[in-house]
Ligand binder design. Structure first.
Ligand code: PMP
Length: 311
């Protein structure tokens, strides 16, 4: 798992089917259905440093989505919601992490071209997180391009599930955008409406109203849900509706949300400056509040944090 950009210490422990194993021994067979056909599901979860020790942001919702992803694939899982939450807390504790990214993966062993003929496995890794967009001026935000690759049609994939195989689509779009000098790709759906980013959801702000694509064909981002709740609490109107690419260009502000991206301002799309070309007031306010929440500085939203030291 380790590579030059993401060094993982050899003594780091990973959780595999109930056992804690060192990174160097955390191996899977070459002949697995998940590697060859992409039939697996995963989650991306963040644990943040707080005054009360490390806390996982919305752990319950991430584990629910993981289990729902596998269920939507028509599969069964031997691990309960509680088993997985406990395993994640144990992994963070045993590795003595203060802040990290957590990656549960449900995968199949066996090469059969039939998921029901393969064994289901659960592995959980964690590592120190070092940014989704690399070094950047965060108030300057990112440059994005609308991708010529679109998201799969709702009947070609399962859009609510985080399926390993589906991410080839994200990586095609992101890889091309990065080669062309952008930080991120914005993807349209099969009808040509704005859908989401490659690993993040998208919002626009116009005349103080916040708009975001409806849930029907996107991954239901947990950060998206959090930002909608925070924005409504601040008195903003949030409308879930179709958005055209042109509406991106003329928005006052555009931002993207995700576990990895957190809340990132988009300052340029397809070489057009968005708003002032720097972070706007609505994006900044939401970003600052989100940061306070994940670091345990908001009593109101403390319910979203799972403190692992007490677990
Ligand atoms: N869309 C896609 C395609 C993603 O991969 C992600 C990352 N999980 C998101 C949106 C954002 O979801 P979340 O806020 O739950 O991380």
């Amino acid at each position: 798992m380790a590579n030059e950009k993401m060094p993982i210490p050899k003594e780091m422990k990973f959780w595999m089917n109930g056992k804690l194993v060192p990174e160097s021994e955390a191996k899977i067979d070459l002949l697995t259905n998940t590697l060859h056909y992409g039939f697996g599901v995963f989650e991306g979860i963040r644990c943040y440093k707080t005054d009360k020790g490390p806390a996982v942001f919305r752990l319950c919702d991430h584990v629910k989505r993981l289990r729902n992803s596998w269920h939507a694939m028509g599969m069964e899982l031997a691990y309960s919601q509680e088993d997985i939450e406990k395993a994640i807390a144990e992994l963070i504790n045993v590795n003595n992490m203060q802040e990290c990214y957590v990656r549960p993966l449900i995968y199949l062993s066996g090469i059969a071209f039939d998921p029901y003929a393969c064994k289901t496995n659960l592995a959980i890794a964690c590592w120190v997180w070092n940014g989704f967009f690399g070094d950047m001026d965060e108030d300057q935000g990112i440059r994005a391009a609308v991708s010529s690759f679109c998201r799969p049609h709702v009947n070609a994939s399962l859009t609510k599930a985080k399926i390993t195989g589906t991410y080839y689509n994200s990586l095609l779009a992101r890889g091309l955008a990065r080669k062309q000098g952008y930080h991120e790709a914005i993807m349209l759906d099969s009808c040509g409406m704005v859908s989401e980013g490659t690993g993040d959801n998208i919002f626009i702000v116009r005349n103080n109203t916040i708009y975001t694509p409806a849930r029907k064909g996107i991954l239901e981002g947990i950060t998206r849900d959090s930002i909608i709740a925070i924005a409504k609490e601040l008195g903003h109107t949030v409308i879930e509706c179709d958005i055209t690419r042109e509406e991106l260009y003329i928005a006052d502000e555009v931002f993207m949300t995700g576990t990895a991206a957190e809340l990132e301002c988009v300052s340029e799309i397809d070489n057009r400056k968005i708003g002032s070309g720097r972070i706007g007031p609505v994006t900044k306010k939401l970003r600052d509040i989100f940061r306070e929440i994940v670091h345990g500085k908001s009593a109101k939203y403390d319910k979203w944090l799972y403190y692992v030291r007490g677990a």
